[in-house]
Design a protein around this ligand. Structure first.
Ligand SMILES: [Zn+2]
Length: 340
């Protein structure tokens, strides 16, 4: 089969790899119907994380081809959505809703690589969710979004305790930030402030439910949020970048007693103790336990209650994966769907 391997920064290749097979009785092998490039795939692309023959891709939907003897909840022929971290969904951590840190967690990125024609999914029952039937083609991008960016935006909104009547600020206008906007709208936020300086992304943020756009960053961005909230700051802030600047912008934009949900993969973020102490804000975040939300999100998409599909603004064949990475690197695309 063909799959994407990153050999070094900026060096994305589609190569022949062995077809996956069932190795454990809890495994499933799925034929990938759609995968995509994540903003976090750009960290190794830029060389911030050093890739070494890395099997790329962690967002996927597909059709189950084979299952091991112990798999109960999915059958060959089922259309499935998987989360970006393998989880058993039975250990104490999973039971508490933190499947991304399951005691048996495996990150799909690097070990399995979903930008490929097939994938072996360990702990299939604990990782995959079957859709009620075979989805129409137009629903596939939305289901694919649930695999990571929608689930991550949803978790961020939960972690930030978004709710009716609240003012929510979203730092980061990549796919996850935009999904955070959608989640905030679904959870009944009154004001949703998207921080974005790119016109196309501002427009999409408005479509997903943003009521205000702030193009300024850093201290100026924080000042604008304060201006919109009687000097108090937002009740809930979603951080979806992972840099020092964005994390501090999120913390400083939150009112005392408010909540920050941070899901941008942290890169060299160091929090000053004084600001943490006197900020008096709640911080919760990390790799999103997407599996917690998947059954609900899949149903919402199936019932056409939510439509996150517009987060994909380009589609390319798997063979053009290198172009997909380049388009996202150059910000010509927000998120590229790959079709094997
Ligand atoms: Zn677990």
């Amino acid at each position: 089969m063909r799959g994407v391997v990153m050999h070094g920064p900026g060096d994305v290749r589609v190569e022949e790899r062995d077809n996956p097979t069932i190795q454990e009785p809890t495994d499933a092998v799925i034929k990938i119907v759609a995968a995509c490039v994540c903003g976090s795939d750009l960290w190794p692309y830029w060389g911030t994380d050093i890739p070494d023959q890395q099997l790329m891709g962690h967002e996927y939907v597909g059709i189950v081809e084979q299952i091991g003897d112990d798999v109960e909840t999915v059958q060959p022929g089922d259309f499935v959505v998987g989360s970006f971290v393998i989880s058993d969904n039975t250990c104490e951590i999973c039971a508490a809703g933190y499947q991304s840190r399951c005691v048996n967690a495996i990150f799909v990125d690097g070990s399995i690589g979903a930008q490929a024609e097939y994938a072996r999914i360990p702990y299939a029952d604990g990782t995959l969710v079957a859709t009620p039937g075979v989805p129409d083609d137009d629903m596939i991008p939305s289901l694919l979004a649930a695999s990571d960016v929608l689930g991550t935006g949803w978790f961020a909104a939960h972690a930030a305790e978004v709710g009716p009547g609240k003012t929510v600020a979203v730092v980061g206008d990549g796919a996850v930030g935009l999904m955070g906007v959608l989640a905030a709208k679904e959870m009944g936020a009154e004001q949703i402030i998207a921080m974005s300086k790119y016109p196309a992304r501002q427009e999409l943020a408005r479509e997903f439910g943003a009521t205000h756009i702030i193009a300024e960053r850093g201290d100026d961005g924080v000042a604008m949020i304060k201006e919109l909230t009687d000097g108090l700051g937002a009740h809930s802030v979603i951080e979806a970048v992972g840099s020092q600047e964005s994390m501090m912008q999120a913390i400083q934009s939150t009112r005392p007693g408010g909540h920050v949900g941070y899901v941008g993969v942290s890169h060299d973020v160091e929090l000053p103790g004084g600001e943490l102490f006197f900020g008096l804000v709640h911080l919760h975040g990390g790799p999103a336990p997407v599996r917690r939300f998947l059954p609900d999100l899949v149903q919402k998409i199936w019932d056409r209650e939510i439509d996150p599909s517009k987060v994909f603004d380009q589609t390319m064949p798997l063979d053009q994966a290198a172009d997909a990475y380049a388009a996202m690197d150059q910000r010509e695309a927000i998120k590229v769907m790959l079709k094997p």
